[in-house]
Design a protein around this ligand. Structure first.
Ligand code: SF4
Length: 66
């Protein structure tokens, strides 16, 4: 799985960080998402999908290609 984030869309809600803190963080200054792990391991896929689902700005894109 590959993860990408669109910082321009991100509204700093922080839902992704709550769902998957190993993969997402937020910038201290403005709360915009920081991608910590663009290719998270299998054990994180479920929480990453949850993060993408709950993101109110649809700023998280997932690719299932290896
Ligand atoms: S949930 Fe979406 S809008 Fe909120 S911080 Fe994460 S990427 Fe940004």
């Amino acid at each position: 799985m590959k993860v990408s984030v669109d910082e321009g869309k991100c509204c700093g809600a922080g839902s992704c960080v709550l769902a998957a803190p190993d993969v997402f963080d937020q910038r201290d200054e403005d709360g915009v998402v920081v991608l910590l792990d663009a290719e998270p391991g299998e054990h994180l896929h479920a929480v990453v999908r949850e993060a993408a689902d709950v993101c109110p700005a649809a700023a998280i894109s997932l690719s299932e290609k290896a």
